[in-house]
Design a binder for this molecule. Sequence first.
Ligand code: IFM
Length: 454
Amino acid sequence: MALTNKLRYFPTTFAWGVATAAYQIEGAATIDGRGSSIWDEFSHTPGKVLSGDTGDIACDHYHRYPEDIALMNHIGVTHYRFSVSWPRILPDGDSHHINAKGLAFYDRLVDTLLDNQIIPAITLYHWDLPSELQIQGGWLNSRTSDVFAEYAQIMVAVLGDRVKQWITHNEPWCTAVLGHLTGEHAPGVTSKDAALTAAHHVLLSHGKAMMAMRSTRNDLQIGITLNLSQVYPDQPSVESIRAASLQDVFNNRWYLDPLFLGHYPEELIDIFGKQPQFLSHDMDLIKQPLDFLGVNYYSAQVVAPSGDNESPWPVRHVTPKDRITAMGWPVIPKGLTDLLMRLQRDYGPIPLFITENGAAYPDEIVDGRIHDVDRIEYLSDHIEAIADALAHGVDVRGYFLWSLLDNFEWAFGYSKRFGIVYVDYTTLERTLKDSAQWYGRLIHDALSLPLNPV
Ligand code: IFM
């Protein structure tokens, strides 16, 4: 059944949004008192980011946010998820020095969004840790979890009257694995022990921040965003099922279990050779009741036993690659339906938001237009997958498309375009892609339905 016929499954209250992150779009890296972050340092280190790209200018959203909000308004999105740059607010990381100009920027941003009837949702940490905190150990130092809670409290005190939806962390898996195990992301550490410790402190900081935010205001919806990926065995053999289960621990349960069940999965030992070490009451802090869970979904995985004693754990990826994005990620929309149903079954009831979903493709401007048919197909198939989950009674409350703008794609620099708005990085001119027009029409149609009898 085509997506149009499934729009009736989306409630009229459904959030139809777009998402971005500070370091990827803001630029203005040294303006108005902003401090340095680990991503400023990492991107300025030769060899770390493709072509030596940095976020110094990015999309210059810091100055062009009125234009970007006008674009969102034109498309017709109802919600906007953005992240706050921690070093713009606390240039040294700590709360003893608050940068008023940094706060004023987010104040203006929120007010302009609301003037345009766009509901803001804030992510507090999307990977730009203040450099000063990294010098003190970063996520390997448990003190960072306390400082994060102070920062969260400051933001809620200033914006909590107008912003009700808050996300503590974006994708802790990436902070731990890409930042501390493979070293592809800042701060570029490569150690299994460090990955386990960083993950634990990020989770701890989430719990402490939730408590601090709730003690400041009691009218907020607070959650965390995880990048989750459904894992399938390549065949129903005992070995393949065990491989899939181990991969699921690594991708998903490493974070889901402590947040919802209050303990780490025992199988972490098979992956890391040890369990995380922590204080006995940490789990009580981590397992705060969540108002919602944010789900970032891009792809699924099919795995088999590796049979290779050299590999860190006995799992081999055999995911079909007949349909892939410019990131090389297989397009598997059904994985999203299965994932949402599984979250409800194993961890629910819990309201879910798709806080990111989208695709990079090698877009080209032809006669002033970007005919990004592959992206439209990707988005349509995934939104249909959400409709299928809704039809099965899963409590999905919103969808934030990644991303509004083409932007700085971390270690890939500006080489991967995820936006529904094309950015010319020489002139910084924005052009709506066909996908933006398509998304606008979809939102309009979804919201115009007289009744949504789910
Ligand atoms: O660009 C990133 C984003 O910062 C986090 N989630 C995945 C996106 C695409 O790789």
